[in-house]
Design a protein around this ligand. Structure first.
Ligand code: GRF
Length: 253
């Protein structure tokens, strides 16, 4: 199947109608990364665009990252930016859990990190208000929930309308919520995977940007399956951000 040319892609993603247009243009394609089986099936999206080195490009897209845990998705984004794979920057990482390894990863890349411990906020709205204020101070344009283990509210979603993305370790709409990998194993599905989507109020819902399918193997535990899902998460996270950065670039030109 011929891949979409850059000119065929939607130039801006900022309103709901534009999202509908965007979704109409989605292509289905397969990546076979393993000789024996399909390793990854990216279901409904445009392939990650081949992006020019960013040195000569205009204003980088400012991404604000939210992370609660290990931060491996955050790190692949930081590394891709360092490699100039897309024209973006991460002015700040916010984490909510003092134990989050994401903070050490931020330090490695010279990215400022701010702890907003959810225990210091009485409500979810109060935490989100602090997040919005912080991101606004750093002129953040898009928000990436890269393993953010808090339910977000209207406060965040309205402040960054249609500009908050989330990654989830299942093929949504299957298995939303916590312990998605365990849910997939309990349901005895043969294929699960991961999803990057625009965040909406309902947990793990919203327009899907990219998905990758991962076969469930007979001996899989939650750990082994999650490890293989994460390999694919890193690919679709970068694919989705490349797409957003490209749209942003066109918007700026
Ligand atoms: C990922 O599996 C993501 O799908 C889920 O939380 C995990 C975060 O992993 N929402 P990491 O912190 O990016 O390594």
């Amino acid at each position: 199947m011929p891949l979409a040319q850059p000119s065929e892609r939607i130039a801006q993603i900022s309103t709901r109608n534009e999202w509908y247009n965007f979704e109409r243009k989605l292509k289905i394609f397969m990546l076979t990364a393993n000789t024996n089986s399909i390793d990854c099936l990216i279901v409904p999206s445009i392939p990650a665009p081949k992006v020019e080195k960013s040195a000569s490009l205009s204003k980088p897209l400012k991404l604000g990252i939210l992370a609660s845990g290990s931060g491996s998705n955050f790190e692949v984004i930081a590394q891709a930016i360092q490699n100039q794979e897309f024209n973006a920057q991460i002015p700040v990482l916010i984490y909510n859990n003092p134990e989050a390894k994401a903070a050490a990863r931020a330090e490695k890349y010279g990215i400022p990190s701010i702890l907003l411990n959810h225990r210091d906020s009485k409500t979810r709205e109060e935490l989100d208000t602090k997040i919005v204020r912080t991101f606004q101070e750093y002129d953040i344009e898009w928000v990436v929930m890269a393993g953010w283990m808090r339910i977000v509210t209207k406060v965040l979603l309205d402040a960054f309308a249609d500009r908050v993305i989330n990654i989830h370790p299942s093929l949504l709409p299957s298995f939303p919520g916590i312990r998605a990998v365990e849910q997939a194993l309990a349901a005895k599905v043969k294929i699960t995977g991961c999803t990057v989507h625009i965040a909406r109020l309902e947990v793990d819902s919203g327009p899907i940007l990219m998905q990758a399918a991962v076969p469930v193997l007979p001996d899989d535990t939650a750990e082994t399956l999650h490890a293989r899902i994460q390999v694919q998460e890193h690919k679709i996270m970068l694919g989705a951000i490349a797409l957003i950065a490209e749209s942003h670039q066109k918007h700026c030109d």
